[in-house]
Ligand binder design. Structure first.
Ligand SMILES: [Zn+2]
Length: 302
């Protein structure tokens, strides 16, 4: 059985005409109805949970913005609506629900159809459509539950600068990212960003050039750190690398995505593995991509 998180609460982060909107999770939930999934309850992260990954000033600022109603976060692409603070706490907190089900051995693989996305949110601020960093809090929750070493793979077409930032000096978390070079957020994601202090050697960026094809992308995954003996694998699943998306020039096909998911599952060696939704904005492409991912999570044996 594969665990699944989705709830109508995720529709209430109201971004109006923005490309990151509620229709994304609706489209995915609709197409996944074909599958028999273990639907797990949502959970709201507490403020002290959020402090594990974000500075207090930032969390408190978002809370105040919530109390004041509609407001923008620092930069122009990330919106806060009156319910966004609540929704973001549920998106990031619900990762705990999956981890508990892993721990109880009810599931060994999972998909989280959540929004807002998270991987651009760093310690100091939300950005790039992200408010709180979902995969980062999932990592800390996992460690509290005994999954000491956490492997993160991020295949979103954009660099997960927030996740990299949060774990940059941490040798208990390995962050591996493939992404389009010279795309958002521009200032990070280079090969020479390898971590610092104790975290040196635990951060690996593999950027690709424009019009990346399946073969080029898949080859980068040969560089996954086979020596890192992790307890759990978390995946920032951003589907904006697909051919039909216009937010990048990447040309990944559905066959390419299927092979990518298989490659990740082989790398997991059957350790608990969760895919968290990040980007992906073309609704047809996004729904089909999620369908392929679930098809593999349910059926692919390693
Ligand atoms: Zn993205």
């Amino acid at each position: 059985m594969v665990g699944y998180i989705y709830d109508e609460i995720f529709l209430l982060h109201d971004t109006d005409g923005h490309i990151e909107n509620k229709n994304r999770v609706l489209a995915i939930d609709d197409v996944l109805k074909d599958f028999d999934l273990l639907r797990l309850p949502i959970y709201k992260a507490s403020k002290s949970d959020l402090y594990k990954i974000h500075n207090r000033d930032y969390v408190d600022w978002v809370e105040r913005a919530y109390e004041n109603g509609y407001r923008m976060i620092l930069n122009e692409d990330t919106l806060l609506s009156p319910k966004s603070y609540e929704v973001a706490r549920y998106a990031t907190g619900s990762t705990l629900s999956i981890l508990k089900a892993f721990k109880e051995k009810r599931i060994n693989r999972a998909f989280l159809n959540i929004r807002p996305p998270g991987h651009h949110a760093d310690r100091k601020t939300g950005q790039g459509f992200c408010i709180f960093n979902n995969i980062a809090l999932m990592t800390r929750y996992a460690q509290e539950l005994g999954y000491k070493k956490v492997m993160i793979i991020d295949f979103d077409v954009h660099h997960g600068n927030g996740t990299q930032d949060i774990f940059y000096e941490d040798d208990s978390v390995f962050y591996f990212s493939t992404h389009e070079r010279d795309n958002y957020p521009y200032f990070s994601g280079k090969e020479d960003e390898i971590g610092e202090g104790r975290g040196r050697g635990y951060n690996l960026n593999r950027p690709y050039g424009n019009f990346c094809d399946d073969e080029t992308l898949l080859k980068l995954y040969d560089d996954l750190p086979k020596w890192f003996d992790f307890d759990i694998l978390l995946v920032s699943a951003g589907y904006d690398l697909m051919k039909d998306e216009i937010i990048s020039t990447a040309q990944i096909t559905f066959d390419g995505l299927r092979e990518l998911v298989r490659k990740i599952l082989r790398f997991s060696k059957n350790r608990p593995t969760a895919f968290l939704l990040e980007g992906g904005y073309d609704l047809n492409s996004l729904a089909k991509s999620a369908y392929i991912t679930l098809d593999e999570l349910i059926n692919y044996e390693v």
